[in-house]
Design a protein around this ligand. Sequence first.
Ligand code: ZN
Length: 151
Amino acid sequence: MAKKKAVLSIDGEIQINYKWSVGKAGDRFFTELRDHKKIMGTKCRQCGRILVPPRIFCEECFVEDMEWVEVEPRGSLLTFGESYFSTDGKRLKEPWMLGIVRLKGSNGGLIHFIRESRPEDLKIGMPVEAVFKSKPEGNIMDILYFRPANN
Ligand SMILES: [Zn+2]
C-alpha cells in the first residue's frame, strides 16, 4: 500500500455576510412575534392542519387555501440533543441543549434552545413553554428558549 502524503493546506476564515427575504409567511410570523409576542401558524382550510412554522400552502392538499391562526406558546418536546459546537463550528465551553418543539394543536415543530432544565430531566413528550425576549427584534431569537412547563 502506498504511503499517503499529507495535503499541504493553509488555515483561514472567510466571513460571508448575507441577507435573504423571509418570504410571505415569514414576514407575518416574525412581525407578530416582534410586535405582539404571538406565535402564528397557518391552518389549511382543506385538511385542518396548523403549520408552525407557517407556510402559504399545504403540501398535503397541494392548495394555497390557508388562514392565519395564533397558537399557544406551549407544546411538547418531540426530541432533543446536546450540541458541543456553535453554528460556526467552534467548540462550546458549555454544550447547547436543543430540541424540536411541537406547539399545542399544530403540526411540524420549531428547532430551538431548551433551558432551565438539566439534560437528564428532559423527556420526549414533556410539556414546554416559550420564554420571550423583553425587547423583540423580529427574528426567531425573540423566543429566547423553551423551558419545561406544567400543562
Ligand atoms: Zn391541507
